[in-house]
Design a protein around this ligand. Structure first.
Ligand code: B12
Ligand code: SF4
Ligand code: SF4
Length: 405
């Protein structure tokens, strides 16, 4: 994935220095205020390296050492010309030796909308909540939006505001795609704790949040040492028990190669029968381990309402047959500018075929037969045929008519 990044060294002191800047370096209050003015719901800062840098680097290294990144090879990148140095993402100072602090910003995608674990009409698939995002146009229509672009723009606004206050400094802005373990740095910046489902959970806002980071060469002011949020999972294990593919192999640890989010979004090839059976009706991403989390039930709806990232209602509980009927041009029209595009047309169809197999309705068979028998499949679409054949087998096994539904 190419990183969205920005580099800036501009200087503009015309707005003056706020009162709270008595101590040299970044002030939490000042940065949080500027982040809110730039459109984020909250922000934290942490000096790097921080007290838990070695521990977090070791956790990340263990994840890679166990091959849990699967085909997301960018996660395992190492420094050095021969590519054999330290893991680039393990510590912020490997890719950014000049870094002295990281500003971490939160944006919410919480919405008053159903959960994937709730009731749904028969034959409904599931697209992950974060990917419903759309922006309301002046004419009332909602067009697809993608948090990478929306939030990078806000980060650039924040960066410009910080230059106005703090003067010249080195800076990189990333949303998702930079060489930073964002959840680890967000926890260190005091924005929440790592849940047993591996998500960053904010004590008031839950986990329906995106993270966006600014790596800077400015130190953090003495008075702004990070506040740490204690782990509030307690004895709860709901996420581990609910994960249908056993991806949460231990509390706080995920084998991404088993995660439905990875399988439906990142993984291009065929999927094992065992995992296809566990994927249920998810056709893009997965929300199950967050839907069952009690901290998300407590999260106030509306507080983080974001007009650029609001839900496109047609993507909530989408009908599998509607998705199966989309032609490539429809796919482009619906998902150009949306995170869903990442799965690709063939990827989405593979996922729909699997969801149909799990639903087991006989009326899906004709479409699945067409996919399974298709002669003109291009390279990379083998997975589609494989999924369709498996789904037909599942429907035959169930052997009941579904037309009564
Ligand atoms: C690769 C990736 C994925 C992969 C792998 C996820 C994973 N758990 O590693 C896949 C495709 C599966 C995925 C799925 C999702 N992702 Co993702 N993903 C990333 C990405 C690009 C890198 C994550 C990474 O480095 N993973 C490696 C592991 C080691 O890191 P980690 O999971 O953060 O690891 C923590 C734990 O392992 C923990 N840990 C390990 N051992 C122990 C032991 C103890 C005792 C404790 C306390 C902790 C602990 O420490 C680590 C640091 O916090 C980040 C963006 C970024 N640049 O960071 C987004 C990111 C993590 N994803 C995000 C989102 C929204 C999702 C989904 C919700 C999307 C969806 N609905 O389908 C799901 C959530 C699934 C889940 N339960 O995590 C958000 C998370 C926001 C949040 N509030 O947590 C991020 C931050 C993107 C963003 N900018 O907003 N994702
Ligand atoms: S996102 Fe889904 S598959 Fe991945 S860990 Fe959570 S419940 Fe399991
Ligand atoms: S479901 Fe329970 S264990 Fe899992 S993250 Fe939420 S509070 Fe923690």
């Amino acid at each position: 994935m190419p990183p969205f990044s920005s580099i800036s060294k501009s200087m503009n002191l015309s707005q003056g220095v706020p009162d709270e800047l008595d101590a040299p370096g970044l002030s939490r209050d000042s940065v949080s205020r500027l982040a809110r003015e730039s459109g984020f719901i909250e922000a934290g800062i942490v000096g790097v390296p921080h007290a838990e840098t070695d521990r977090d680097a070791a956790r990340f290294a263990a994840f890679i050492q166990q091959g849990r990144e699967g085909s997301m090879a960018y996660l395992a990148r190492r420094s050095g010309e021969d590519g054999r140095g330290e893991l680039v993402r393990g510590r912020v100072q490997v890719p950014f030796p000049w870094a002295r602090s990281v500003v971490v910003c939160l944006a919410s995608y919480h919405a008053d909308a159903p959960l994937s674990t709730g009731d749904a009409k028969p034959g409904a698939g599931w697209i992950a909540r974060y990917a419903w995002s759309g922006r309301k146009q002046p004419d009332g229509a909602v067009r697809p939006s993608d948090y990478h672009k929306v939030l990078l723009k806000r980060l650039r606004a924040l960066e410009a505001a910080m230059h106005s206050v703090y003067g010249e400094f080195e800076c990189r802005a990333y949303v998702d795609t930079g060489p930073v373990v964002e959840r680890s740095i967000a926890r260190a910046a005091g924005l929440g704790w790592t849940g047993k489902n591996t998500c960053l959970i904010h004590p008031k806002l839950g986990s329906w949040n995106f993270l966006a980071v600014l790596v800077t060469s400015l130190p953090v002011a003495e008075v702004a040492q990070p506040l740490t949020v204690p782990d509030r999972c307690g004895s709860c294990r709901r996420c581990l028990d609910a994960c249908p593919t056993g991806a949460l192999v231990e509390p706080y640890q995920m084998d991404a190669t088993r995660c439905i989010s990875y399988l439906t979004i990142e993984h291009r090839g065929a999927i094992s029968e065992e995992l296809m059976g566990g994927m249920g009706r998810q056709v893009f991403g997965c929300d199950i381990c967050q839907d069952v989390c009690p901290w998300n039930r407590k999260a106030p709806i509306g507080v983080g309402e974001d007009t650029d990232l609001g839900p496109r209602r047609e993507l909530i509980n989408p009908d599998l047959e509607w998705l199966a009927g989309l032609q490539e041009a429809d796919f482009e029209r619906l998902f150009n500018g949306s995170p869903v595009r990442r799965a690709g047309f063939a990827g989405l169809r593979r996922n729909v075929a699997i969801a149909m197999g799990n639903r087991g309705l006989a009326r899906y068979a004709p479409w699945l037969r067409t996919l399974a028998a298709s002669e003109d499949l291009q390279t990379g679409q083998e997975a589609l045929r494989n999924a369709a054949t498996w789904a037909l087998g599942r429907i035959a096994e169930k052997g009941e008519s579904d037309f009564a539904e």
